[in-house]
Design a protein around this ligand. Structure first.
Ligand code: URA
Length: 234
């Protein structure tokens, strides 16, 4: 990777600022001053020092998983298998962006990018999450309006406006813009409906790829990462 790109990526300044640091001789690679901003470095092997501070390169990784049932979104668990047991990757410091319940399937994001995760989960950004839900109980047309107005949960919390689309008599598609604990199950329960199957099919602008089989995962493409970063600030 180019030295200026690496330093900008590590937030030592804008691309222009870090070029300035390099040209002024503030950057050492393996003990030698380097003044070419397009100097190529091996971020895993080379020792890079800027203004006497060693640069520790942390590669950010982003995975999309089709979570299967039976796995919990925790780093360790004494009772249940965790989704990390499905990863071949030896990368450390990974975590999920939000959680899905043990019996929920669908789109799950895994990363070591704490900044992006924090932003995507922040109430400030209202990132939408879409779920397909199979339920037991009697559906009434009036429920759609209730979703729109904000369903009141059993603890008195008034949910933000959401949408419900009926797919067939016992199946619907719900989009929410927040992520409270067991939110979909609790919203449905507030309407007297019991969730029997729950699958997340979208997170922000990302949709669960049809060819990503349950239990499998892959790295996000650059375009998909860019889509995630394009969260709307409302
Ligand atoms: N809402 C739930 O109730 N469970 C999930 O796993 C996700 C959203």
């Amino acid at each position: 990777m180019r030295l200026d790109k690496l330093l900008a990526h590590m937030n030592y300044g804008s691309r222009k600022e870090v070029k300035g640091f390099i040209r002024k001789g503030y950057v050492l690679v393996n003990g030698e001053v380097v003044r070419d901003d397009d100097f190529k470095v091996d971020e895993e092997l080379d020792e890079i020092v800027i203004l006497e501070e060693e640069v520790t390169f942390k590669k950010t990784v982003y995975f999309i998983m089709h979570k299967p049932k039976g796995y919990v979104c925790a780093n360790t668990d004494t009772r249940d298998p965790t989704i990390f047991e499905l990863l071949d990757c030896a990368q450390r410091g990974l975590f999920t962006i939000g959680r899905l319940d043990k019996d929920t399937t669908g789109l799950l994001l895994i990363t070591n990018d704490g900044t992006l995760a924090h932003e995507l989960l922040s109430p400030k950004y209202h990132v939408n999450k879409t779920y397909e839900v199979t339920f037991q109980g009697i559906y009434k047309d009036a429920f759609q309006q209730k979703f729109k107005e904000g369903i009141v949960l059993e603890d008195g919390y008034v949910c933000k406006s959401a949408t419900f689309e009926l797919l067939d008599s016992q199946k619907g598609r719900i989009t929410i813009h927040e992520g409270k604990f067991h939110q979909i199950k609790r919203m449905m329960s507030a309407l007297g409906l019991k969730v029997v199957d729950l699958k997340r099919v979208a997170f922000g602008s990302l949709h669960l790829p049809l060819d990503l089989l349950e239990g499998s995962y892959r790295e996000l493409t650059e375009d998909e990462i860019a889509l995630l970063r394009e969260k709307e600030k409302k």
